[in-house]
Design a protein around this ligand. Structure first.
Ligand code: DAR
Length: 363
């Protein structure tokens, strides 16, 4: 396609799919100003949003430095998604002081003493391309570095566990039955080669090479290897105490970080990720709430999504992105903001939002 044809196609997407931030903020003058090599790189970044017009962000970074090299295109999209005005300087801050605020949902209502809680952070090594641009050999090389770190982490009493690889021929390789069992247990990530967004972005390429999961003995600390980002480090607990959840993740993450090469970060955007929606804290903190009244017994999420949005929360089904509500109106709620907020502000927003939704549900 010629530049004019590309610009015309994106204009059509902008008209037909106004939510597509790539199309909304496509900068034709910037695109024309690029030399052939840079223009090709930008095309790889926005390919997912062009071939999947129903995208929300519509772009995935291929290299950490893309956020600088293509800032005239990416920064407006990032500001739009994260609701940061064009005049506001972006300088991501971090705060893991998990004892500053008491965020125990069980203290609000005994029925919230056993909710399913999960918090994860995305991390990428600065020394590799982001997943969309990795070669098969780089995916395997990265997995070997990560598994080497896990072989040291297993000596930590609180985080000891095992690394489970799905790379054919890996010394940690598990069989299909074990993989399926771990996916069914909501621990291991699903086969990404079926995701049209990730396929076009190259993030699911070479499946299943370079993919796996570290899981602690207590099964409360997990690390995905080779999913949408190099690493997704997460803690999953049942309870209501978000302080405990966040503190456990932070301790494990800090230890893991000492065992790995440097993560990709920037002063402005904090942790650099494949998808611009995950920049900043790189964190998605969520919990599952049973909200039969607010979801018409799980048949209609319209009202709960409206109420949640006013609280700065996103709602999805209990089965993950693009899933419907579970039995009895079980939904996954999580703060939308990830850039320009600290880890503790995310914890507080999840706590305050969950409390407010619960009050509406039980009114
Ligand atoms: N399909 C992509 C997803 C955006 C947010 N979800 C992620 N990163 N898993 C889109 O641009 O809509």
């Amino acid at each position: 396609m010629t530049p004019d044809q590309i610009i015309e196609q994106i204009g059509s997407i902008r008209t037909a799919q106004p939510q597509n931030l790539m199309a909304r903020h496509f900068n034709a003058a910037f695109f024309r100003s690029l030399d052939d090599q840079k223009r090709q790189r930008l095309m790889e970044i926005i390919a997912s949003g062009m071939e999947n017009p129903d995208s929300q962000m519509g772009a995935y970074a291929m290299h950490s430095e893309d956020y600088d090299l293509f800032a005239p295109m990416l920064d407006p999209m990032i500001r739009d998604f994260h609701a940061i005005p064009a005049t506001t300087p972006i300088a991501q801050q971090h705060d893991w002081n998990t004892t500053a605020q008491d965020c125990d949902l069980g203290e609000i209502d005994p029925r919230l003493k056993e909710v399913s809680m999960r918090v994860r952070v995305a991390r990428n090594l600065a020394s590799f391309p982001l997943p969309g641009a990795m070669s098969k050999d780089q995916r395997i090389e990265f997995e070997n570095i990560a598994s080497g770190a896990f072989m040291k982490l297993i000596n930590d009493p609180a985080f000891g566990g095992q690394y489970l690889s799905i790379t054919p021929g890996s010394p940690h390789e598990i069989d299909a039955a074990e993989y399926d069992r771990r996916v069914s247990a909501h621990q291991m990530f699903k086969d990404m080669s079926g995701d049209p967004y990730l396929n076009v972005a190259g993030i699911s390429a070479d499946w299943p090479f370079g993919r796996g999961m570290y899981v602690s003995e207590a099964q409360d600390f997990l690390v995905w290897v080779g999913e949408e980002d190099h690493l997704r480090v997460m803690t999953m607990l049942r309870g209501g105490n978000l302080n405990t959840l966040f503190a456990h993740l932070h301790t494990g993450l800090e230890h893991l970080q000492t065992l790995l090469p440097a993560f990709a970060t920037s002063t402005a955007y904090g942790n650099l990720t494949s998808c611009p929606t995950n920049l900043g804290a790189g964190m998605r903190a969520s919990l599952h709430l049973q909200l039969p009244n607010l979801t018409e017994n799980g048949t209609d999420l319209t009202r709960v999504k409206q109420e949640a949005k006013s609280l700065g929360l996103a709602v999805r089904g209990a089965g993950g992105e693009h899933s419907g509500a579970g039995e009895g109106g079980l939904v996954d709620i999580s703060p939308s903001a990830r850039l320009g907020v600290t880890e503790m502000e995310i914890m507080q927003r999840l706590y305050d939002g969950a409390a407010a939704l619960w009050k509406l549900e039980t009114a």
